[in-house]
Design a protein around this ligand. Structure first.
Ligand SMILES: C[S@@+](CC[C@H](N)C(=O)[O-])C[C@H]1O[C@@H](n2cnc3c(N)ncnc32)[C@H](O)[C@@H]1O
Length: 349
């Protein structure tokens, strides 16, 4: 880690100043050491990353292990095909015409926290050699080490292993917080929302992707499958889910449409013409399949959905209420996708 990261860090919980002890440095960076808060709390720096996680919530630990595993499987997402689709999808959700425009919006805020950065997949869709701001990636899992390997050579990047519910930053530290698909993976999405909202300076912006409640049968299936998988190791769950991905592929390969002639309100299905795989995907069971991706890439998406213990789903009213409670103005709430809401909100000056 660079010395400048020390200027941003405080002890999680107490927000006391931290002192660096037993530091070992090379090439101007701190590789190892201990951060202490003068209150008997000690946070190690290992492999150049300060480590602050101290949760004992078993559901959160399982969720973190699951994500540490999947982001470590770079062969299942990092060969470019997923980035192409995901970049277009990200721009549409945030209402941007190019990744450069999104990068420039973040750069205008100077200091950005990617809260729950994982391997920095979403940030790496816009963060590149042209980045002029400071970007800090924080994740509860070992994925933060993968993030450092993937994008640590880019200018202005820093990495912290930390829990969004217990972050080592004082209120008002950041100009922007980017949190894509993270808050709902904690014990409480609402608490996580407020935990990142407090970090925004006046004029600062929150960019968040938050799962949305689905129709009743899909919600039932999601919980039913997840209940069977969460007690498995990530490796076991990855294997157990293969037939589900294969079924998604078989349905997609039918290339058949079905017309739902009128709203089926009892099942929450609007009238319309659906590809068969999409109808089942949105309303009965998440059997993700994108024909432009490999089997492993598609499988990565299904694993991401079903294995973590915490994957809460929310309504637009809840998200608007959290913004109001946090004193944030909603700038944009993208609701055109049945899977999730994409929020852009600002702390007034
Ligand atoms: C779906 S992944 C998204 C990663 C990244 N935001 C992206 O879009 O590429 C969710 C991430 O949230 C992280 N996460 C879950 N609970 C967290 C918590 N309490 N604090 C920090 N990160 C958390 C997981 O470890 C995982 O990397």
């Amino acid at each position: 880690m660079r010395e400048t990261l020390l200027d941003l860090l405080v002890a999680p919980g107490s927000f006391n100043a931290l002192t660096l002890e037993h530091a070992s440095r090379s090439n101007g960076e701190i590789n190892a050491g201990i951060l202490t808060d003068g209150d008997a709390h000690r946070f190690p720096i290992t492999d150049g990353i300060p480590r602050f996680v101290r949760t004992d919530d078993s559901g959160q630990i399982q969720t973190a292990d699951s994500f540490g595993f999947k982001w470590g499987r770079r062969d299942s997402y990092d060969d470019g095909a997923m980035a192409v689709t995901s970049r277009a999808w990200q721009l549409e959700r945030y209402g941007m015409s190019s990744s450069q425009e999104l990068r420039d919006v973040f750069a205008s805020h100077e200091l950005v926290l990617d809260a729950g950065c994982g391997s920095a997949f979403s940030s790496s869709l816009w963060l590149d050699e042209g980045w002029t701001g400071e970007w800090v990636g924080a994740d509860i899992s070992s994925a933060v080490d993968v993030a450092r390997d993937r994008i640590g050579a880019l200018p202005g990047t820093q990495f912290v292993q930390a829990d969004v519910l217990d972050l080592p930053f004082a209120d008002g530290t950041f100009g922007a917080v980017f949190t894509e698909g993270v808050l709902h993976h904690t014990p409480s999405t609402e608490r996580a929302f407020h935990s990142v909202a407090r970090l925004l300076r006046p004029g600062g912006e929150l960019f968040a992707y938050i799962y949305r409640k689905k129709s009743a049968v899909r919600e039932f299936t999601d919980d039913h499958v997840r209940e069977q998988l969460t007690s498995l190791t990530p490796e076991e769950a990855w294997e157990a889910l293969r037939p589900l991905t294969a079924l998604g592929q078989a349905l997609a390969e039918l290339k058949a449409d079905v017309v739902v002639p009128e709203d089926v309100s009892l099942l929450g299905i609007p009238a319309g013409t659906y590809d068969v795989q999409r109808l089942i995907y949105w309303h009965f069971a998440k059997l993700f399949w994108n024909p432009d991706w490999t089997f492993e890439e598609n499988h990565h998406i299904n694993f991401d959905w079903y294995h973590p213990t915490y994957a809460h789903r929310h309504t637009e009213a809840e998200i608007r209420q959290w913004c109001a409670d946090a004193g944030l103005e909603v700038i944009r709430l993208h609701d055109e996708e049945p899977a999730a809401y994409t929020l852009r909100a600002r702390r007034p000056r």
